[in-house]
Design a protein around this ligand. Structure first.
Ligand code: SIN
Length: 297
C-alpha cells in the first residue's frame, strides 16, 4: 500500500489494479469542492474507493451519493428502507419469515444494473452490521478491474470481441436466485410491472468508460447469458474465458468490512462479488444507493 497526501485528504492505494482507501473525510459533513474533486478523481482512476469509520444517517448517505449524479430506485422496491425509496437494503436479517432486504445479493461476479439500458454509474454501500463468528469477520466483498482485464487481453482477442454485444438477462438470474434461496430467504417472484421494466437487452462486450475513455470488459457471469448472433457452443466458452480473465484471483481486491465503512464502486470499470460465508444468527445489514449512468457505448 502506498500513501499519497493531497490537501487534507490522504489516499492509501491497494496493491491490486482496483481499490483505494480515502482517509481524512467525514462524509456526513459538508465536503468542499476541492475535496470532492479529489474523491471523484481517485474514484475514476481506481474504480473502487472506501472510507472507514463513517457515521451516516440515510439522509447523509443520500446527500453524499447525490454529489455523483441522480439517484435511482431499485427495481425491487420491496427491499427499500421504509420512507427511503432510494435506499436498497442488502441484508439477511429477518422480521418473522420475511428477509428485510435482498439477502445474499450479488454472490457471484457481476456489475450492477448491466441489464438496464442505462446501467448505474456507481453504487455506494454502507455497513451497519457485519457478520462475525468466533472472532472472524465474514461477508467480505471482492472487486476486480474490468479495465485492467481489457488492457491485459491479447491483441487478437481485443480484435475478435471489439464489435460484439452481450445478452443481459435479469429475469433469468432472478429466477435462478429465487430457487436457490427458496428454503432460507425466499424472494417473491418478479411482478409483471418489474418484469416490464427489465426486459432482456444487449450491451457492448467492450465498453468505453464515459469519464476516463478507457476500454472495459463488460460481460459477467451473473447476467450475461449469451452473445448476440453467436451460436451457444461458441458464445459460452468465450464468455467464460472473458469472465475468468476479469476475476483472476491474483488481481482481486478483497474488502473485509467494518461497521461504518462506506464503499463505492464504478459499474463500468469494476465487477464485484459478495462472499456468502455467513448465515443467521450472524447478521449482515448494508444500505445501498446507486447513481444513474449513461447508455454504454
Ligand atoms: C451488491 O452486489 O450490490 C452487494 C455486495 C455486497 O453485499 O457485498
Amino acid at each position: 500500500m502506498k500513501i499519497l497526501e493531497r490537501s487534507k485528504v490522504s489516499i492509501r492505494y491497494s496493491d491490486k489494479p482496483v481499490g483505494a482507501e480515502i482517509l481524512g473525510v467525514d462524509l456526513s459533513g459538508n465536503i468542499d469542492e476541492t475535496t470532492f474533486s479529489t474523491i471523484e478523481r481517485v474514484f475514476n482512476e481506481n474504480g473502487m474507493i472506501f472510507f472507514r469509520n463513517q457515521n451516516l444517517t440515510p439522509d447523509a448517505q443520500i446527500r453524499f451519493s447525490r454529489r455523483f449524479g441522480e439517484l435511482e430506485q431499485h427495481v425491487r422496491q420491496e427491499y427499500a428502507l421504509p420512507g427511503y425509496p432510494e435506499i436498497h437494503l442488502i441484508s439477511n436479517v429477518k422480521e418473522g419469515e420475511r428477509s428485510i432486504g435482498s439477502a445474499y445479493a450479488g454472490d457471484a461476479w457481476h456489475t450492477d444494473l448491466c441489464f438496464m439500458k442505462q446501467p448505474s454509474r456507481c453504487s455506494l454501500l454502507y455497513a451497519l452490521e457485519v457478520p462475525v463468528k468466533d472472532g472472524k469477520v465474514l461477508g467480505s466483498t471482492e472487486f476486480a478491474s474490468t479495465q485492467y482485464a481489457y488492457d491485459t487481453l491479447p491483441e487478437e482477442m481485443k480484435r475478435k470481441i471489439a464489435m460484439l454485444q452481450g445478452i443481459q438477462q435479469y429475469h433469468r438470474r432472478q429466477e435462478i436466485k429465487r430457487k436457490e434461496r427458496m428454503k432460507d430467504h425466499a424472494r417473491p417472484e418478479l411482478t409483471a410491472e418489474q418484469k416490464a421494466m427489465t426486459p432482456d437487452i444487449t450491451q457492448p462486450v467492450v465498453r468505453t468508460h464515459p469519464h476516463t475513455g478507457r476500454k472495459c470488459l463488460y460481460v459477467n457471469e451473473t447476467y450475461t447469458f449469451g452473445i448476440s448472433g453467436m451460436p451457444e457452443d461458441e458464445a459460452q466458452p468465450l464468455l467464460k474465458s472473458l469472465s475468468d480473465h476479469v476475476t483472476r484471483p491474483e488481481y482481486v481486491y478483497r474488502h473485509q468490512w467494518q461497521v461504518g465503512d462506506l464503499i463505492m464502486w464504478d459499474n463500468c470499470s469494476t465487477q464485484h462479488c459478495a462472499i456468502t460465508d455467513y448465515a443467521l444468527p450472524q447478521r449482515r445489514l448494508m444500505h445501498r444507493t446507486a447513481i444513474k449512468g449513461s447508455v454504454p457505448f
